[in-house]
Design a protein around this ligand. Sequence first.
Ligand code: GLN
Length: 504
Amino acid sequence: MGDITRLSAAELASSLSSGEISSVEATQAHLDRIGEVDGDVHAYLHVSENALSVAEDIDRRRAAGENLSPVAGVPLAVKDVLVTTDMPSTSGSRMLEGYMSPFDATVVQRSRQAGFVPLGKTNMDEFAMGSSTEHSAFGPTRNPWDLDRIPGGSGGGSAAAVAAFEAPLALGSDTGGSIRQPAHVTGTVGVKPTYGAVSRYGAIALASSLDQIGPVSRTVLDAGLLQDVIQGHDPHDSTSLPDAWPSMADAAREGARGEGLKGLRIGVLSDLLAAGIQDGVKSRFHEALDVLEKNGAEIIEVPSPHFEYAVAAYYLILPAEASSNLARFDSVRFGMRVTPEGGGTVEQVMSATREAGFGPEVKRRIILGTYALSAGYYDAYYGSAQKVRTLIQRDFNAAFEKVDVLASPSAPTTAFKLGEKLDDPLAMYLNDVTTIPANLAGVPGISVPVGLAPEDGLPVGIQFMAPAREDARLYRVGASLEKLLEEQWGHSLLSQAPQLGGTR
Ligand code: GLN
């Protein structure tokens, strides 16, 4: 057995079930890797003290002949936006430093039940607001491809952990791109499922009409293995869909066999391509489409006339919902409490706590959202943004009459430098131009690596989007492309990543 941390989750799962390795070995290898590189990367906010005993338990049950799930014993990283009973859950905020939840998020509970071994909690922008992980109250995560660059956000910790072989697989959340954009800049795979496909129960809410939980991985098949475990109805989430879902892992396997590509109509969003996309991102995107076309797909340009208003609408809807969701951090029910010197009224305590507990980006959005919702401005801001949201949904509906999936670059640029956009919120927001439309419409999206940009040698991803409930289509086309590109390159993209830690 070579280096265990280099195995995909699917490979690990089969080595575990054949008895070639134990879950304790798999878990220990990842803990060692974390010890080796996480001082540089800072993907984790907390490493689990229980991981090895959980792994031991899985090994014991396997030895006793118990019929375990196919992924039992595979390690998993968990974004800190998801609450866990055995590790603190901070959502990247001082407000929740050390907070212990009395229950597990549904996705965490289902992951545990399937036998995944939680390795730790991953870093993120505070309350999932950001595109770089620099807004974390606990310091930024760094991109394993270049430690001076951002790993994306808000789920930069999950993506960096997977890219740096500190976990084979991670859970993320995507409200405006926080799974797909980090995947794009780290050469990993990220999926935002259909809104309502995966339970949000126990995900610390950012914007409830946009939030979705999903997988980050190194292969499309691995993402499917995790989505299979977490998807499906949950009575604890009122927006959870009642649907029965097909296996996404099966869809990925079909895609890798080339099924579903012949005659597949792929719509290229020409309006999004006009939105200031870096040259190397564009060229890798078009090359990927060429590969799909050569293998039987049909490429069709489709308009999306209202997408240009998506960022503006999102940055009203999100702050509006966030300002309401974050009202629960009132110094009484959760987390930190700051009492002004000499005591104070309830209001003074609340205000001192929120002043100390929230970082500048969170305050900015609470102020924006409160303003957008206030009497006299509601119609002009929040109301108009909701109308734009409907127009964007109609653009999607019109496009999906003509095509099966839509394609765009996953983000406009490769990983930017730490600090580059930190003082320019608008520039940071504009980075979300490609990912936000899917959240506004509730449709699923996947980001799959398509190579390195020639000008800077950094990873680029292609995004596919499908109609709501058609997540399987994304896994099929994503896995087809992944297979075709790897055949062309003769290796996987991440095997090209600069080696961290010195020993590999
Ligand atoms: N970058 C987006 C934002 O700052 C994405 C957030 C997310 O998906 N959680 O709002």
